[in-house]
Write a protein that binds this ligand. Structure first.
Ligand code: SF4
Length: 222
C-alpha cells in the first residue's frame, strides 16, 4: 500500500529534477559544500565551492591556510565569518586524527563512520548523513531544515521530533533506494514552494495532504 509520504514524493518527482551535484568534487570539497549549502542559494554555493576547489588541493592545504584566507575564498556563499573557522577546524582535526585521509572514515560501516564524523567539532548528525549519502551512497534520508519544516506542516513529524526521530519516521516510509532522491526532491520543494516565509500554498501540488493548511488557512512561517 502506498503511504502518504510515498504519494507526496511521487507527485513531487514529476515536477522536480534532481541534481547529484557532489559527483564533480572530492570527498573533502563535498563536505565543505554541504556546510556552505545550509540556508544558501545553490548558485552561490556552487561559486564558493568551485573557488574552494581551485584554491585548495588537499585537506592539508586547508589546515595550513589562515581562517582569513578561507573566508575570502568562500565569501560568495555568505556567512563566511562563521563558516571559515568551522571548515578550518574540521581540516585540522582530519589532519591530526586521520592524516588528512577522509577514506579512513568513509571505509567504515555507516554507524561507525557517522560516529567518527560527529566527533569532529563542526560536523553534526545531519552534515554527517548528507556526506555519507553523497560520498558513499549510504541509503539514509537526511532531514535538513527544509525537510524538517515540510514534514511538520504535513503532519508527518511533530514538535517532539528531533533530527534522529524525524529521520527514522521518514526512513520507515521510504524504500532505501528511494531515499537520496526523496531528500533532494523535498529540498527543492522547500526552496521553491513550501518556503519558511510565505509558502506558496496556492500553487502547492500536495496541499491536499497538508495538515497545517487543513486546519489553519494562514500557514505560520516556521
Ligand atoms: S500547502 Fe503550503 S504549507 Fe502545506 S505543504 Fe503546501 S506549500 Fe507547504
Amino acid at each position: 500500500m502506498t503511504n502518504k509520504l510515498q504519494k507526496i514524493v511521487q507527485t513531487l518527482s514529476k515536477r522536480y529534477q534532481i541534481n547529484e551535484w557532489w559527483e564533480i568534487y572530492t570527498p573533502f570539497v563535498t563536505l565543505v559544500s554541504i556546510i556552505l549549502s545550509q540556508r544558501t542559494y545553490w548558485k552561490n554555493v556552487k561559486t564558493a565551492t568551485d573557488r574552494f576547489s581551485e584554491r585548495f588541493k588537499s585537506v592539508e592545504d586547508v589546515a595550513n591556510a589562515s581562517v582569513k584566507e578561507i573566508e575570502e575564498v568562500i565569501k560568495p556563499a555568505g556567512l563566511y565569518r562563521m563558516r571559515a573557522p568551522r571548515i578550518s577546524n574540521i581540516a585540522n582535526d582530519l589532519v591530526e586524527k586521520y592524516d588528512g585521509k577522509l577514506n579512513e572514515i568513509t571505509n567504515l560501516p555507516y554507524n561507525k563512520a557517522k560516529e567518527k564524523l560527529t566527533l569532529i567539532k563542526g560536523i553534526g548528525p545531519k552534515t554527517a548523513d548528507v556526506f555519507l549519502m553523497a560520498v558513499k551512497g549510504e541509503q539514509v534520508l537526511p532531514v535538513d531544515v527544509h525537510i524538517f519544516r515540510i514534514m511538520k506542516r504535513l503532519g508527518i513529524t511533530d514538535n517532539k521530533d528531533d533530527y534522529e526521530s524525524s529521520r527514522a519516521k521518514l526512513e520507515a516510509e521510504i524504500l532505501p533506494n528511494q531515499r537520496m532522491k526523496t531528500h533532494l526532491i523535498l529540498i527543492e520543494f522547500g526552496r521553491l514552494i513550501c518556503r519558511a516565509q510565505n509558502p506558496k500554498c496556492e500553487e502547492c501540488p500536495i496541499k491536499r495532504y497538508c495538515e497545517v493548511r487543513k486546519h489553519d488557512f494562514a500557514v505560520p512561517n516556521i
